[in-house]
Write a new protein. Structure first.
Length: 215
């Protein structure tokens, strides 16, 4: 269940720099709190990271969602006779993350406001309604977006318009009006959390302890 967004995150934006990942996570929390289709998301279990891109051209990846579980939320899977698991990450509060949400800067920040918001919602909508570490899966071959990318985008567009119609606090999202250079000039620097892409690792089964029995 999504939580009421905590306003204290906004206070992490200080004159010494702009914490992009903290700020965009606050936007995600508010969206998940207000939009019924996304209230199943607990942002305490979604890590937010950013990656540096070489340019801000309007093509390429702007954001991506990495699930940290396999199909139906399984912790491991078998492939070619071996069992594999995705590397796990935990928050400072001890929450195990189910997803990592990556944003690519400056490319993401150099889009127009509506595109930024729809990119955020696009990635959040990928999260499984079961919130089990898997993605939302549609029927058919194109299970990530369904049979029509256009229909998926139309859903995202409607959700963005609905969220804005609910008058979310401007202090939460107004930083998205600025591009990367403007934020850098305003705050001195743009920084945030960086999380390396998770690895898929072999599962090492613990050997059974041998017990010494008396004859």
């Amino acid at each position: 269940m999504a939580k009421n967004p905590r306003q204290k995150r906004v206070n992490r934006i200080v004159a010494a720099g702009f914490d992009f990942t903290a700020a965009v996570k606050t936007v995600c929390e508010d969206i998940c709190f207000r939009i019924p289709e996304l209230t199943h998301i607990d942002m305490d279990r979604v890590a937010v990271s950013f990656s540096q891109t070489r340019h801000s051209r309007n093509y390429g990846v702007f954001a991506s969602l990495t699930p940290l579980r396999f199909l139906d939320g399984r912790a491991s899977m078998e492939h070619r006779g071996k069992r594999w698991a995705i590397q796990r990450f935990r928050s400072l509060d001890g929450f195990e993350y189910y997803y990592i949400l990556y944003f690519y800067l400056p490319r993401f920040l150099d889009m127009k406001l509506s595109d930024k918001l729809e990119t955020i919602i696009h990635e959040l909508y990928h999260i499984s309604p079961a919130f089990n570490g898997d993605i939302r899966r549609f029927q058919g071959r194109c299970y990530a977006h369904g049979n029509s990318q256009k229909e998926y985008d139309e859903v995202v567009h409607r959700l963005r318009k609905r969220w804005m119609s609910l008058n979310p606090p401007p202090e939460i999202w107004e930083f998205l009006r600025f591009n990367h250079q403007e934020l850098s000039e305003k705050f001195g620097t743009v920084y945030g959390t960086k999380i390396p892409p998770p690895k898929i690792l072999p599962v090492v089964e613990k050997s059974k302890r041998k017990t010494n029995r008396k004859p």
